[in-house]
Design a protein around this ligand. Structure first.
Ligand SMILES: O=c1nc2n(C[C@H](O)[C@H](O)[C@H](O)CO)c3cc(O)ccc3cc-2c(=O)[nH]1
Ligand SMILES: C[C@H]1O[C@@H](n2cnc3c(N)ncnc32)[C@H](O)[C@@H]1O
Ligand code: SF4
Length: 357
């Protein structure tokens, strides 16, 4: 179904469409997926300073997680039944001398070199499947990472250039929507199964939410590589520049989820359960069909104050809304093919995860 911007704005606004009508249109009963992951914060050094972020640090200690520590944590995660290694980074960490020194000491040219090495070790020594989110990347870097990742990700956050002049993105050159959209497009040219998303409630208008969705729709029409769209609610935290900025109202989030699922019948809609502990199941009734990475072993280092529910609680909540919970890999089934995966990753999946595909 094709939607105009005006129609989307109507559906996203309280005055435009009754919330129950919207939910009825969007909600389709069935399966809700999640992946068992471990979150590995490889570096917190970051060239940006997003007004909502507590992940980045000016003086990260250590500047980089060592391969030994990473592999040790991943082996523990594998024993706990995880399938996904979620590697998170500050953007362009090599701009920090302390990071550069570490890389040089280990004999790596740059962060992408190091990350490719870590991903390869992850596949070979632990069997976990890497999902890398390093921020904005060039075509060349994406191409190198494709060889050793099951999927990759980058949040669009918002397509609004206006936010580059507000608390959210004033000090974050890497949140320029042109750069983010280009990275997502380049991943499409490279046939990389991709996760993106929108951060809701960072000062954007309803019109700008509609624009963000339409930009992603245009990319998906052209490349078809987007496997899921995360609708992430801004959570306020002590000490961040946006500490006093209001969190998005529940029904704004519900509308956003419903509209995303209507506009993207070919893409999963993910809502993180740890950021919506009291209200998560409502999103299933609005068309969300994925909980994302849920970790039985570690924390969400971007939202450390928001613990994940256990898998059994997630199942209860999912079933209470009339859905069936199903485990998935970090790459969705429809992307498990030679077109979308390198031989190395595809072989590993066929070797280890026959029961999940
Ligand atoms: O646990 C988290 N997982 C996050 N994920 C991971 C996600 O839950 C899973 O890794 C994917 O669903 C793939 O299985 C992200 C992935 C991206 O590519 C981009 C942004 C995020 C954000 C988060 C996050 O804040 N917390
Ligand atoms: C990894 C992703 O986490 C999200 N992120 C960063 N800070 C917050 C916050 N305070 N609340 C919710 N999501 C956040 C951003 O969308 C980033 O891209
Ligand atoms: S959200 Fe990502 S890009 Fe922004 S400051 Fe945090 S680590 Fe850096």
């Amino acid at each position: 179904m094709v939607f105009s911007k005006e129609e989307l704005v109507g559906l996203l606004s309280a005055g435009g469409c009754h919330i129950l009508d919207l939910m009825k249109r969007a909600c389709s009963p069935g399966r809700v997926t999640y992946s068992r992951n471990i979150f590995i914060p490889i570096t917190r050094a970051c060239r940006n300073r997003c007004g909502y972020c507590t992940f980045r640090s000016d003086t990260p200690d250590p500047p980089l997680m060592s391969p030994e520590l990473i592999i040790q944590e991943l082996k523990g995660a594998r024993r706990a039944g995880c399938t996904e290694a979620l590697f998170a980074f500050g953007e362009e960490a090599h701009q920090f001398p302390a990071v550069r020194e570490e890389l040089e000491g280990m004999g790596f040219n740059d962060m992408v070199d190091y990350t490719c090495h870590v991903c390869r070790m992850t596949l070979e020594e632990t069997g976990l499947l890497p999902h890398t989110n390093m921020g904005v990347l060039s075509y060349r870097d994406l191409k190198r990472l494709r060889e050793v990742n099951a999927s990759m990700g980058l949040m669009l956050e918002s397509s609004s250039p206006r936010l580059m002049y507000t608390d959210a993105h004033r000090e974050s050159p890497g949140k320029d929507p042109e750069l983010r959209l280009r990275t997502i497009r380049d991943a499409g040219r490279l046939r990389i199964p991709f996760t993106t998303g929108i951060l809701v409630g960072i000062g954007e208008t309803v019109e700008e939410r509609a624009d963000s969705l339409l930009e992603l729709r245009r990319i998906q029409d052209r490349y078809g590589h987007i496997q899921e769209i995360i609708i992430q609610n801004f959570r306020s935290k002590e000490g961040i520049p946006m500490e006093n900025h209001p969190e998005p109202p529940l029904l704004d989030m519900v509308r956003m989820v419903a509209v995303t699922s209507l506009l993207f019948p070919d893409v999963s809609v993910q809502v993180p359960p740890n950021l919506n502990r009291e209200t998560g199941e409502v999103f299933l009734l609005a068309g969300a069909d994925d909980w994302g990475g849920v970790s039985p072993v570690g924390r969400d280092h971007v939202n450390p104050e928001a613990p994940w529910p256990g898998i059994e609680e997630l199942r209860r909540v999912t079933e209470s809304a009339g859905f069936v919970l199903e485990e998935r890999l970090p790459v969705y089934r429809r992307f498990i093919s030679e077109e979308f995966l390198s031989p190395l990753v595809l072989d590993k999946i066929n070797e280890l995860y026959k029961d999940l595909i």
